[in-house]
Design a protein around this ligand. Structure first.
Ligand code: ATP
Ligand code: MG
Length: 335
C-alpha cells in the first residue's frame, strides 16, 4: 500500500474574505496520500482540514487563492490538478475524486426525490445509460434499499441522508473519496454503522479515503494513518496505532487526552483543550503551538518547520518530550 495516489506540495490557501484581512488557512503543506489507505485529518475547528479537501478539488476560487502543486496519479492518467482546464476539472471532480461535504446532511435538494438527485449527478458527469441499475447498485452499496429511490430528503433519517450522500459521491466511481465530517451530526450508534460502511466500501471498491474529523476517537476507529492538523499545517502524521498509543507532538497528546478511543478505560479522565489556536490572519513565526504548549522553550520561537511529506513526521523540536502528567496541566501553568 505504498503507491502514492495524491501528492500535495507546498500548498498554500488564503481566504481573502475582506479587503484588509487575509486568512492563511493552509501554510506550506506537504503530504502524500497512499493508494488504498484511509487517511484521517484530525484537528480543532479552523485548523484547515476542509480547506485541504476543497483545494484538492480546486473548489477555492477567486478572490481566494491557492498555490502549490497537487498531482493525482490515477490508474489511467497522472494529472496536475492546478493545470486542468475547465472541462478537465469537471471530469476530474467526481470521476477521480469525490467529496462528501461538511454539512452534507443539508445538501440534498429538498424538492427532488432521491432517484432524481442521482440522475442529475449522472447527467452532469456524462453518464448516459443504465440509470436504474446504477441507482439501485449505489444505494445498495451504501446499505440502502430500493424504496429509498422514491423518497424526498425530509423523509430520510440523518443516517439515511448521509448514506445517500455517500452513494451519490460514489456514483461516478471515483478513486479517491474525501469525506468531511460525515458522522459528526449522527448519534453514536448510527455513527458506528456509517464508519463500518465506509470501511467496507473502501475494501469492496478499492477506494482511497481522506476522512476529515475533529474527533481523534472517530479517526482511530477508521483510519490507517492519521494526520494531525494545527493552524494550517500537519504537525504530526503517522500510522493510526502510533498516534493513538504514542503521540509525539504535544498537541497530538493533548488532543488524545480529550478523545474517547477504543483504548479509553472507564477510569480515564478526559481533559479539555485550553486556549485557542492562533489568528491565521497574522503571520506565524516559529512553532504555531508555542503559546499553548506545556513543554515550550525559547528555541521553539525560532523553529522552522521542515518538509513533512514523507512517511511519518513530527513538527516539534522535542518530539515525545511531554509526558502524560503534563496533560493534566494543559495550560502549562507551572511556568
Ligand atoms: P472545522 O472543523 O470547523 O470544519 P476546518 O479544520 O475544516 O474547521 P477550515 O474550514 O478549513 O477549517 O478553515 C480554516 C480557516 O479558514 C479558518 O480560520 C476559517 O475561519 C477560515 N475560512 C474557511 N472558509 C473561509 C471562507 N470562505 N472565507 C474566509 N475564511 C474562511
Ligand atoms: Mg471543516
Amino acid at each position: 500500500m505504498n503507491e502514492v495516489l495524491l501528492s500535495i506540495r507546498n500548498l498554500n490557501a488564503t481566504y481573502n474574505a475582506d479587503s484588509n484581512r487575509s486568512i492563511h488557512a493552509i501554510r506550506d503543506l506537504n503530504i502524500d496520500v497512499l493508494r488504498g489507505e484511509v487517511l484521517a485529518l484530525v484537528g480543532e475547528s479552523g485548523s484547515g482540514k476542509s480547506t485541504m479537501g476543497l483545494s484538492i478539488l480546486r473548489l477555492i476560487e477567486s478572490p481566494h487563492e491557492i498555490k502549490g502543486n497537487i498531482t493525482f496519479n490515477g490508474v489511467d492518467e497522472q494529472v496536475s490538478v492546478f493545470d486542468l482546464d475547465p472541462y478537465k476539472i469537471r471530469e476530474f471532480r467526481w470521476k477521480k475524486v469525490a467529496m462528501v461535504f461538511q454539512s452534507a446532511m443539508n445538501i440534498l435538494n429538498p424538492v427532488m426525490r432521491v432517484e432524481a438527485q442521482f440522475i442529475d449527478t449522472f447527467e452532469a458527469h456524462g453518464i448516459i445509460d443504465d440509470y436504474d441499475k446504477r441507482i439501485n447498485h449505489y444505494l445498495e452499496l451504501a446499505g440502502l434499499g430500493k424504496k429509498v429511490r422514491r423518497l424526498y430528503p425530509h423523509e430520510l433519517s440523518g443516517g439515511m441522508k448521509q448514506r445517500v450522500n455517500i452513494a451519490l459521491a460514489l456514483s461516478c466511481e471515483p478513486e479517491l473519496l474525501i469525506a468531511d465530517e460525515p458522522t459528526t451530526a449522527l448519534d453514536v450508534v448510527v455513527q458506528r454503522e456509517v464508519l463500518y460502511e465506509l470501511r467496507r466500501l473502501k475494501e469492496e471498491l478499492n477506494l482511497t479515503i481522506i476522512f476529515i474529523t475533529h474527533d481523534l476517537g472517530v479517526a482511530s476507529s477508521i483510519a490507517d494513518r492519521i494526520a494531525v492538523f494545527y493552524a494550517g499545517r500537519i504537525v504530526e502524521i503517522n500510522k493510526k496505532d502510533e498516534i493513538t498509543n504514542n503521540p509525539m507532538h504535544p498537541y497530538s497528546k493533548l488532543l488524545l487526552s480529550t478523545a474517547i478511543t477504543l483504548k479509553t478505560d472507564k477510569d480515564s479522565v478526559l481533559t479539555q483543550l485550553e486556549g485557542t489556536p492562533p489568528d491565521l490572519s497574522v503571520e506565524i513565526k516559529g512553532c504555531s503551538f508555542y503559546p499553548r504548549c506545556p513543554v515550550r522553550e525559547n528555541a521553539c520561537k525560532s523553529f522552522t518547520p521542515n518538509d513533512q511529506a514523507k512517511g511519518e513526521w513530527v513538527e516539534c523540536i522535542k518530539p515525545g518530550a511531554m509526558n502524560l502528567k503534563e496533560v493534566d496541566n494543559p495550560r502549562g501553568e507551572r511556568r
